[in-house]
Design a protein. Structure first.
Length: 337
């Protein structure tokens, strides 16, 4: 990988939806030497502009990668010190059960269940977090109502250049934007906006306001997508090590066919391994960019990941790097319309 240490730093940072400051700080420090302009808006999105050459067919490209991760928020402290929580994004109750979580202030806990996890039927309301407190008063010394926690899952290297970690969704996309920015020398025929968004996991909110602000000609979500190449609850063709994914369609967006064709052309011309991506569950920031202002041509560059929305997602280093290569290529593409 170009900078494996950077991705390790990004996945280790805590940034549950609405609480992305620690992640943004890392990204700001990395991006500053390469940016022509940097802006943080009112809700915490980071907008980084790299200007291109002037020309009659110059376009505005917006890449959006969300900084936030899924997690939980404390909604009640029980008399015995257990913490009742609600979802921040989509969590699988079965995946969270008996796993470790960590709060922003460093307090750790273990996720338990009221009764059999099978009987919970994926209801996060049946879960609780045990921080070792002996009473409500004791728990309140360490955690407040409204505090958020994310999964605790250290980075591990797997075989065949695959990795596993917490928060690969979507620190992979943040890493890809940063690497593409660093390799943009300003000679592209387009102005490129590298946008690090907030609150994607709770409704693609960050990309909505940034797309309205930028009004790009093309909006491209850079995110992860679920794999279908192992036994799971989904069906499709997404494959780890199948190359970077070019989004065709998901329940939230039908991608612009000309933009899809341009990205395929870029892959073929630059020997970038790629796969066409179709999913029938989920969505990305492409959805809100697509419907912003008077409409934006939208697409997606995605990395196929096993075990998404869990503390141990698995991805291929080669697929991640191919995504950076495609971002660079499409940034340098000369659009005619």
């Amino acid at each position: 990988m170009r900078e494996e240490g950077l991705l390790k730093k990004l996945v280790a940072a805590h940034g549950v939806s609405g609480f992305e400051k620690a992640v943004r700080k890392i990204i700001e420090e990395e991006a500053a030497p390469y940016a022509d302009e940097m802006t943080v808006d009112a809700i915490g999105n980071l907008i980084v502009l790299k200007k291109g050459r002037d020309g009659a067919d110059k376009k505005k490209l917006m890449f959006a990668a969300h900084m936030d991760e899924i997690g939980f928020m404390v909604k009640k402290i029980e008399s015995d010190g257990r913490l009742k929580v609600c979802n921040m994004g989509w969590n699988w109750a079965g995946s969270a059960y008996n796993e470790r979580v960590e709060f922003q202030n460093g307090i750790s806990g273990v996720v338990g269940c009221e009764g059999w996890i099978e009987d919970a039927k994926n209801d996060v309301g049946k879960l609780f977090i045990d921080i070792g407190a002996t009473s409500a008063e004791d728990a309140a010394k360490y955690v407040k109502l409204g505090d958020v926690c994310g999964y605790f899952g250290p980075w591990i290297d797997l075989q065949n250049d695959r990795i596993s970690s917490r928060s690969l969704d979507n620190r992979i996309g943040c890493y890809q934007l940063l690497e593409a920015l660093k390799e943009n020398d300003g000679n592209c025929p387009n102005d490129v906006y590298y946008v690090f968004t907030v609150q994607e996991e709770v409704g693609c909110r960050g990309s909505q306001v940034t797309a309205e602000r930028i009004r790009p000609d093309f909006g491209i979500a850079v995110d992860i997508t679920p794999a279908h190449d192992y036994p799971c609850d989904l069906q499709g063709s997404n494959t780890v090590d199948g190359g970077t994914g070019i989004k065709i369609c998901d329940p939230s967006v039908i991608c612009d066919e000309d933009l899809v064709a341009a990205m395929e052309e870029c892959c073929k011309n630059n020997s970038i391994k790629y796969q066409r991506e179709v999913i029938d569950k989920g969505g990305t920031d492409a959805s809100s960019m697509n419907l912003s202002h008077q409409g934006v041509k939208a697409g997606g560059i995605v990395t196929v990941v096993r075990y998404p929305h869990a503390q141990c997602s698995v991805a291929s280093k080669n697929d991640i790097e191919a995504g950076v290569d495609l971002m660079k290529a499409i940034s340098a593409y000369r659009f005619k319309d």
